[in-house]
Every structure is written in structure tokens, then in C-alpha cells.
Design a protein around this ligand. Sequence first.
Ligand code: HEM
Length: 485
Amino acid sequence: MSQRVLTTESGAPVADNQNSASAGAGGPLLLQDQHLLEKLARFNRERIPERVVHARGSGAYGYFEVTDDMTEFTHAHFLGQTGRRTEVFARFSTVADNLGGADAVRDPRGFALKFYTAEGNYDLVGNNTPVFFIKDPLKFPDFIHSQKRDPFTGKQEPDNVWDFWAHSPEATHQVTWLMGDRGIPASYRHMNGYGSHTYQWTNAEGEAFFVKYHFKTNQGVRSLSADQGQETAGKDPNSHQTDLLQAIERGVNPSWTLHVQVMPAADADGYRFNPFDVTKVWPHSDYPLRRVGRLVLDRNPDNVFAEVEQAAFSPNNFVPGIGPSPDKMLQGRLFAYADAHRYRLGVNHTQLAVNAPRATSADNYGRDGLMAANSQGRHDKNYEPNSHAGPAQTGAPLSAALAVQGHTGAHAAPEHTKDDHFFQAGELYRLMSEEEKGRLVANIAGGLSQVSRDDVVEKNLAHFHAADPEYGKRVEEAVRDLRED
Ligand code: HEM
């Protein structure tokens, strides 16, 4: 094999990559040493801002294959025919810690998917939990501040975490989930994924349905205990990355089965839970799971920075047949992600290979900006309407219109008959085995007992009491025992 020649960024051959050019062998270095200057300057610019949440993650490519035709509910092309395959990129992540954190921690996991469909990219940006801590996007920056490193101590602080939850009774359901057995997944392969929010599907007749996505792991759910998590995080902080990378390199391709719960749009108003409240689930007895297809991951990215760090998922990347629901949190997210990408990656992030459409191409009048790589050619106009047969609108909304009523204003989400902050948290507690209840109580008490203020502890205990009296009593006793030690 002939020796490849090392070059500068502009492609010129490099004469010496070991010794900088100097004025005499022992003298100072020369400003004319282009290779040295370029190498140091480029190195200084290698890092970009990390994601403000979900900074640590792992990604892989694969495909989604339809096993059960969904045309009754949606005209989305990629769901339209049994056997149809669509290329996918997935990124899994922890939420709270910075890039330098560890994988095996108690934290929700991101479950973000980009489907490169023939009608454009569809992003489903979910978590491994079916619910979330809060239900209004206005609370999101405060919530995340309370979970991330404290500006003074530079560490995650139980005082902040539990203080926010003390004032957010709607978090009790998700806190119960997080502190339970699934709170530390053994790996990204061994967890389920959920869209969490309710989305809207529209069929070819224009009928609207509300759906919730459930990706069930075919590897089986496996989790770590609090002790196992600590040990794993210490031994290999990249344990999830190691696991996913090695499994796919070995050809042990992880897969998930997608199911959906489907609610006819007409049910939404009268349902006992507000279907657009992301702190609530729809019991399967109300809306059973219907199988849709299979997600398989079979290829590791060649370059983590280019393809994983620069991956940009946005919940408002919809395709025909799929749209948002009025879930307020989801509505906030429709803005937040592409805004984050413009800050983190720049306005032309959609031109990067991992983010660009693959089964179709972008054709519009957006132009220029930092790092614009696409050229539409000399004949394409950059305005519309035009007389040059440029791309034109279809007139076909992606999803059905929803009726609205009432006055503008800062409203709390409407409450349905069975809506309160605690009922579903209690139901989750009551579903657990005796052993799991014990571990849940120990995990909560382990964190809550470290809180310095009694009033914050009391407020949190009141939430567990409200969810289930036995749950509250056990947490209270466990916290008291630990605080007396
Ligand atoms: C109003 C509430 C929320 C806001 C404002 C918000 C905002 C953000 C932002 C700004 C990012 C970083 C994006 C980037 O730099 O690429 C992010 C990442 C992410 N969020 Fe949210 N988020 C919210 C709620 C949620 C919920 C409820 C879920 C799951 C159901 C979720 C799942 C994710 C995931 C998976 C990522 C990582 C995506 C990736 O792998 O690149 N977020 N979020």
C-alpha cells in the first residue's frame, strides 16, 4: 500500500509533523509555521456547547419495519405498509449531568429517534419513562436547574432536587417511577422507550386519533440496584456506550417492538384523565397496546462527534399523517429544540449528513447563513411565489385541525374527573411487589434524608402520603431512621 501524504487543511503536503519551525535549533518559533498555527488553532475549536440537557449520549443507525398496517389511523407513508422499512438514527442519553458524568446513574434516559422517511424526517424525541415531572414548559428551565449542578457548589444537590419537587406535586408520579426498579437501566439496550406525550395521527379520510408510543425492548428490561449503579459508574463511567457499541460491533443488534395506544379524537374531552397531561398514563385497560413494527439498530456511527454530538432531533419535525396534540409541554418543546440546535450547531445544522433528509431532499427558499454548504444552483430563485416553477406549497395540512375554546390567558391545564397529582403515583406504588416497594422507599429515603431543611422534607412526605397512606408512612419512617443515624 502506498504511503498516504499528510496535508494541511488546504491540502498542501506537510514536511514535518514532529518538530516546529524555529529560528535556529534552540531559538523561538516562527510565525510562518502554517502547520503549527493551524494545528493549534483548530484544536482550540474542537468543542461545541454541549446539550443543555441530555448532554451524554450514544447513537446508532438502523431501521424501522412495519409489522402491522396502521392506515386505519394514519396516512404516514412510513407506517403504511407491512414490511416497509425506513432508515433510522437513534440517540439514547442521560438527562441531568454534563458530558463528563457517568452512564449508570438514577436518571431518566432519552430515547430519540429520527426516521428518514420518504416524506421527510420524522423525529420522535422521547424518554424511557411514559410520564414526565412537570406539565407546563414554563417550569422546565427551573426544573432542570434544580437537577443539574448547583452554580455555587458545582455539584448536583439533593437540597435543590427535593426543594423543586416539594413545590411540584405533579412530579410525584414520575418521582415514584424514577426511584423504583427501572430508575437505573442496566444499559440502553435493556430499557423501553416512550413518546411520553400524546401525539395526533390523521388518516386519509381526515379522521384524527390521539396516540401514545411504546417501544418495548426485545432484550428484556434489566436494571441496576442503587449499589450496582454506583459500582458500575465507578468502574466504567461509559458503561452504556461500551455496551451499545460492543453489542452492535458483535452483530448482536438490539431491537424494540413498537406498540401504540390509540384514542379516537372524540374520546379526549370525556376521558377520566386529561389525555394531554404528560404526568399521566392511559391505563392499558382503557386503551390497549396495538403492535406497529420493529426498530432494529445494526450500525455504529463512524464518528461520534459528527454523527452523535451533532445529531439534532426536534419534536416539531413531523411528516404527513402525524402532528402535535395540545399537550402544553409538547407545545413548548416544539419551539425549544430547533432553537437549541441553532445555538449549538448553527442555522445550517439540517445540512449535516446525520440530520439531512435521506429518502427525500429539502427544497425551499431558505438560504445562506454560517456554513451554508447547499447550493440550489444558478437557476433556482430565493423567493416565492415565482414564475420559475420553484417548489410550491401542497395545501394539505400534515394533521387534522383541532377545535379550541375559551379565552387567552395563563391557564392551568383543564382537570378531568380523575385528575389529581397523586392517584396514578399511588396506582404505580400499589402495582409493585413487596420487595420493589422496599427498594423504592429506600431509594427515596436515601436522597430525601440528605435534605437540610425540615420543611422541604415535610412537603415531599405529604406527596407520598397523598399517593398512598402506606407509601407515605414507609418513606417517613425510612427518612426518620436515616436522619437519626
Ligand atoms: C418543556 C419541556 C422541555 C423542554 C423545553 C426541553 C428542551 C430540551 C432541549 C433544549 C434539549 C437539547 C437539544 C439539543 O441541544 O440538541 C433537549 C434534549 C432532549 N430532550 Fe427535552 N425538553 C423538554 C421536555 C422533554 C420531555 C418531556 C422529553 C421526553 C419525553 C424530552 C426528551 C429529550 C431528549 C431525548 C433529548 C435529547 C435529544 C438528543 O438525543 O439529541 N424532553 N430537551
